[in-house]
Every structure is written in C-alpha cells, then in structure tokens.
Design a protein around this ligand. Structure first.
Ligand code: BES
Ligand code: ZN
Length: 634
C-alpha cells in the first residue's frame, strides 16, 4: 500500500468516525450492533484496485435495467444493488469510471439520497460515495455511460461480417466493469444478477447469464445469473446474431454468415465439457455457449460465465486452434468458481487454467498432442522471462505487486505459463493421482469463493505436503511464487512429435529445398514449432523458398500467419508486407498486434510503415489494444 492510498484510507476512516459520532445524538432508531460474519471476512484481502469497502458493506445482488443506444453510443438506465451492511456503515462506496450519475435512491420507496463522486484516480476512475441508512437494503443508481467507456466497443456495420448492422460488446476484465456498471469492481466480491436490456429491434442481446436464442419483437431481453459472480465477469453483446446448438448443454452464437463455420470449428465442446468434468468435478453453470465476435475483439477469448466471448481468428477451418475454447471452458472452474481475490493473484486464474486446458487437450487428443502445446508454452515462457527480466524482473514472479499500476500492465504471460509450469512440476513430483485428487477437492471446497495466493499456499501445505520436509524442499514453492525467474526444477518437456520437425529443419538448413521437405500430416503445432526454430536471420531467398513451398503468407491460420509475419519483419521479407498490412487492419487481437508493431518499431523504416498502417487501423481497434499500441509507436 503506498502513501496516497493510506491517506485516502485514513481520511475515510476519520470521516466515518465523525459521521458515526454525530448520529448518536439524534433520536432516530439506534442500529443493532454490527454483525461481523468472521470466517469469510478473513479471506478479504485489501484489493488495491477498488474504492469499495466490502468488509463493511457488500453488494450481494445486482439488477440492471438498461437501454442500449447505438446512435449516442451510450448505455443508460438504472442499477439496483442489494446490499449487506455488515458494520452499520453510513455510506456505500462503489467504483465508477467515466459514468454520469443522474440520481441515487434508497429502498423500494425509491427515496432520493445524497451522493458524491470523489476525485479521479488514474486507472481506477472515481469512487461513488452514497449516503445510506443502517437498515438500507437496496440502492438504485440512475446513470449513463460515456461514448468512450473503456469496456465498450461500438462497431460500425463496416466492422462486422455482415456489414449491415452495428455491434456492441463489453470487456470487463480486469477493472473495466466500472465503466459501464457502477459496482464494487473487485474480484473478491461476488453477486448474483438479473438484467433487462432494451436494444434496437432486429438485434439480439446476450450476456454472461441465461440467454435467448432468437430475436423478439420488442427488442427487450431478460437475463438471470443465479450463481454469484465477480464484476469482471459481467458481459453483454448486442448484434445481428444467430444461434446453433452443438449439444445438450452447448451452442454457438455468431453473425449469420459466420455461425456455421463456428459450429463446425467448435463441434468438440461437449467432449471438452465431459473431459473437464471427469478431471475436476461437475460443471456448475448449466449451459456453456460460445459467441464469436467481430474481429476487433481484443482477446483470444474471455471466460464470461455461460457464454465465452471469442475472437474469429480462432476459426482456422480445421479445428486446430480450439485449445482456446478448452482454456475458456477451464475457467469455469479456475477463475469463475474459485476466483483470484485481487489482480495480484492473477496466476491463480490463468496459471491453473493453462494447466487445466492442457489436461483437457490431452484427454481429447492424446499425450503427444498435449506435449506439443506444453513445449510451445514453455518456449514462450522462457522468451517472456528473458524479455521482461531486463527492465522488470519483479514482474516475473507469480504473485504480482500491482498497487498503483494499471493491472493490465503487469498481467503478462508469466501468470499463464509460469503458473502452468509450476502446477505441472507439482504434478510430476507428487504423481497425477494425488495431484488430481487435491485439485478436485480444492475446487469443491472453495467453489464460489475468492482465493489469495497466501491462502492457496497454506491449503497446499495442509492438504498435499502435510509436513513432508523432503517434498517441501523439492517443490520450492516460495521460489516459484515470490521470486523472479525460473527455478531449477522447471519441468523438462520433450514433445516427441517435434523430433520430426527438427529433422526436416536440419535438412533444409543443409540445403534441401523447402518443397522437398516431408511435412505431410503436420498439425498447426508442428508448423508453429518449425517457425519458432528457424534461424533468427534468414536471406530473402530462404524466406521466399519457405513461402513458395508452404504458402505461409497466404495461410488462413492466424497463429501460423502471426509467427510467419514476425519472421518476415525481422528479415525484411517485403513480399509478405501486403499480408502483414491486411492482418494488422483486419483483426484487433492484442496478442498479435503488440509483438508485430513492436518488431516493426525496431527499425526506422519499419516504424514509419507501422505508423502509416496504424493511422488507418487504430479507429477499428478496441481501447485495450490501441492503448497498448499507442505506447509502442509514440
Ligand atoms: N481471462 C483472459 C483474458 C483477459 C486477461 C482479459 C486479462 C483481460 C485481462 C482469457 O481467459 C485469456 O487468457 N485469453 C487468452 C487466450 C488463451 C487461450 C490463453 C487470450 O486472449 O489470448
Ligand atoms: Zn484465461
């Protein structure tokens, strides 16, 4: 906690004390003594990215009544919050950012109350401080969003597949929910929700909740999320959407021209669900659907409960990139069920999920396939550690220190892949049987709760290590979690499939033309490995030889194209530049954009080209992406 935070905190405490003292002299009914429910409060660690004080008053349920206005690029209406006032607090503090608050009322009687918006704090927005009575159970905030709300992307028809209708989607993780809903925007707070959303008549609205599958005449949709979820999982998408069922519990939404391709790509979802349940226990969210969004969606996927949001760049046409769906599905346990308490504990979400994703892929496609994914992840981890270590070695620790920073900044591949390797190392050390039993119990014990890193470690020691000193020393837990870099018990991974790739690579480097290499039966992962092992510096002729033989610049597989374009930039292979420009202007996934622009920015000509392309592309990117690229090209 830095000084500024502390001042803010102590000023609030003082104000609360004064208010409390002044109230005692009135002849109003006296509040009953505070009812601290102690055991769960223990888990509430101070979240540096919220203004809320959930240990005092906590939101239990949210009821949204919203209108979506595409002309104004505005969501407006009211949010009714059911609260539990544990300490007879006189104020409810919510997070907001770029919201206009029109009025606030208390209770079913809708009695207006006073409120104030505190000063703007960088990244965090402004606290909304609402005066409440000790017996207030319900608070209604009337508000509307700003056209530049960071969570929202309003797409012109030209940015959609159909080109005829506009589209809106939200992205709330990590701390962007507050830009479209006034809430306690901390992953340590969970609430159930209901929503009524009014949209233009021929568009469909879907949320991270129970969903409709077709448009209705009034353009009004109702949603329920009966399981308590943190605010970063609030999500809404509105557009010209069609639905295709995939199985009893699953289906896919997308624009009408995309939905059949999506249904083909994701045909294995029911198998993934069965595999996941066999590993770590029942799926607790009833349905699992996926929505394929327009190409500007800034992430590969987002684990919005009941409805994963996904990039269309995952639609390779051959189901070769669906580990992304396994990943988002795995979050239904790691993340959505057991949730990182603060963004410092992000690895508890993503590291567990990457591990779990790999186990699902192994169950579906076998060990050899899963080992290819694991080895590629480990390679990426080693590159990432190298890249971060020069300037921010502290960001290579699993447990992060993000106070005072934009959480987005510190949330790198470390949480994903170092977390994955840490859990894989434990599995290898104690054996799969013990480890899986431990994880099953972990998910069952902490379902619908939040988890801190310290609490996880304590639980691990109590339930897996159980005082075994030799095991404790072998695992090096503290080194993995609290120290930078990679400990020497990093698991060794050898994907036997990649031996074939290595042999062909050697042949090529010894002078064999690319078109004579034996690449039959190679999967996307073989190609990604091939591309990753190419020499750093290659001649134009070598690049052209590979391109002509394998059609790399023309591939429709986004991961292969990305890896190839990185090589093209590094080696100034100009024949691929039109493909590069097309890729940068036709999709907005940050994971692809950031490295490509960074690579371009390394040379003067590259940077000039990047700036020219970016000028055109920036208006089509989501803020999550363009804020990152702005920094690279400034
Ligand atoms: N929860 C993340 C996306 C995210 C992380 C959004 C941090 C905002 C802040 C999601 O589950 C994810 O990890 N997506 C990955 C894909 C995955 C296969 C690694 C992505 O978008 O690249
Ligand atoms: Zn994830």
């Amino acid at each position: 906690m830095n000084r500024k935070w502390f001042h803010q905190f102590s000023a609030t405490a003082l104000a609360l004390l004064i208010v409390a003292l002044s109230f005692t002299s009135y002849a109003t009914p006296q509040p009953p003594p505070p009812s601290r429910s102690s055991s769960k409060v223990m888990q509430i660690e101070k979240d540096p990215h919220t203004f809320a004080s959930p240990a005092e008053v906590v939101v239990k349920h949210l009821d949204l009544d919203l209108n979506v206005d595409f002309k104004k690029k505005q969501i407006g209406g009211k949010a009714t919050l059911q609260i539990d006032n544990k300490t007879n607090a006189k104020q409810l503090r919510l997070d907001t950012r770029d919201l206009t608050i029109e009025k606030v009322t208390l209770g079913k009687s809708a009695t207006p109350t006073t409120f104030r918006l505190g000063d703007e704090v960088k990244f965090l927005g402004r606290p909304l401080v609402i005066d409440i009575a000790y017996d207030t159970r319900e608070v209604t905030v009337y508000y509307h969003t700003s056209p530049t709300a960071a969570a929202l992307q309003w797409l012109e028809p030209s940015q959609t597949a159909g080109k005829k209708r506009p589209f809106l989607f939200t992205q709330s993780e990590a701390i962007l929910a507050r830009t479209w809903v006034p809430c306690q925007d901390s992953p340590g707070v969970r609430m159930t929700y209901h929503a009524r959303v009014q949209v233009p008549k021929d568009l469909l609205a879907v949320m991270s909740a129970t969903n409709p599958t077709r448009v209705n005449r009034r353009g009004v949709y109702e949603f329920d999320m009966p399981q308590a979820v943190p605010s970063y999982l609030l999500a809404l998408a509105v557009g010209d959407l069609a639905f295709r069922p995939l199985g009893k519990r699953s289906g896919v939404y997308a624009e009408p021209t995309v939905v059949d391709k999506a249904a083909y790509e994701f045909a294995d979802i029911e198998k993934m669900m069965a595999a996941a349940e066999a590993l770590y226990g029942p799926y607790r969210w009833q349905r699992y659907d996926v929505i394929v969004l327009p190409p500007s969606f800034p992430f590969g996927g987002m684990e919005n409960p009941r409805l994963t949001f996904a990039t269309p760049t995952v639609l390779a046409g051959d189901r070769s990139l669906v580990s992304l769906v396994a990943h988002e599905l795995a979050h239904s346990w790691s993340g959505n069920l057991v949730t990182n308490a603060t963004w410092n504990d992000f690895w508890l979400n993503e590291g567990f999920t990457n591990y779990f994703e790999n186990r699902i892929m192994e169950a579906l496609n076998g060990k050899n396939y899963a080992e290819m994914l694991a080895q590629l992840a480990q390679q990426e981890l080693q590159d990432e550690v190298k890249a971060i270590s020069t300037e921010h070695p502290e960001d290579t620790r699993l447990h992060l220190e993000l106070a005072g920073r934009d959480p987005d900044e510190g949330m790198t591949d470390i949480a994903y892949d170092k977390g994955f390797m840490f859990l894989r190392m434990i599995e290898a050390t104690v054996g799969r049987e013990k480890w899986d039993a431990f994880l099953r119990k972990y998910f069952a014990t902490f379902a619908f709760q939040s988890m801190t890193t310290a609490h996880f470690v304590e639980y691990l020691r109590a339930n897996l290590i159980k005082g075994d000193q030799a095991l404790e020393e072998q695992l090096k837990i503290d080194q993995w979690i609290y120290q930078p870099g990679l400990p020497d018990n990093l698991p060794k991974i050898h994907a036997v499939e990649f031996d074939k790739v290595k042999a062909q690579l050697q042949a090529w480097q010894a002078g064999k033309p690319a078109k004579e290499l034996q690449t039959q039966g190679w999967t996307t992962q073989h190609w990604l490995y091939f591309l990753s092992q190419l020499p750093a510096s290659m001649s134009k002729a070598q690049m052209a030889d590979l391109d002509a033989a394998f059609g790399l610049s023309k591939t429709g597989n986004s991961e292969i194209l990305f890896a190839w374009l990185m090589r093209a930039i590094a080696n100034k292979y100009e024949a691929a530049y039109p493909a590069l420009e097309h890729f940068l202007t036709s999709q907005g996934r940050r994971k692809f954009l950031k490295p490509l622009y960074t690579e371009l920015a390394k040379t003067a000509e590259g940077k000039a080209m990047a700036k020219r392309i970016y000028q055109k592309a920036r208006p089509t990117y989501h803020s999550v992406s363009y804020l990152t690229i702005d920094e690279i090209l400034k």
